[in-house]
Design a protein around this ligand. Structure first.
Ligand SMILES: [Zn+2]
Length: 119
């Protein structure tokens, strides 16, 4: 559970605002200006904290999606990769491989499986 930057900045602003409000009980000449300033600080801090909760780091979810790997099936002799382990071209002798590795290894998609999205 890593807190975002916005969350930390929000908490700091909130703290400054609250401390400033306590200053109102002291001998301050310009209480109205101080009150407005503190309320603004607290509001800004609250907004940042809420934003951080609602929109956690977009980069994290993006990299998660990239990490989900697609596996295909290849044979030791063939040069095709198959989307289904039960494809007839595998003859029951296929083994699992990550699709990017299959592509780099020169494998091309099998026409029999007809999984166009893997191409
Ligand atoms: Zn196939």
């Amino acid at each position: 559970m890593k807190k975002g930057k916005k969350f930390i900045i929000g908490i700091v602003l909130l703290a400054i605002g609250v401390v400033g409000l306590f200053g109102l009980f002291g001998n301050t000449d310009d209480k109205a200006a101080l009150a407005v300033g503190c309320v603004l600080l607290i509001a800004a801090g609250a907004v940042l904290v809420v934003l951080d909760r609602k929109f956690p780091d977009k980069n994290d979810s993006g990299s998660d999606r990239k990490k989900s790997k697609v596996y295909v099936f290849v044979t030791k002799t063939g040069k095709k990769y198959h989307s289904s382990p039960s494809c007839s071209a595998l003859n029951g002798g296929g083994y699992r491989m990550e699709i990017n590795k299959a592509r780099k290894g020169g494998y091309t998609p099998c026409e029999k499986c007809q999984y166009d999205y893997l191409k």
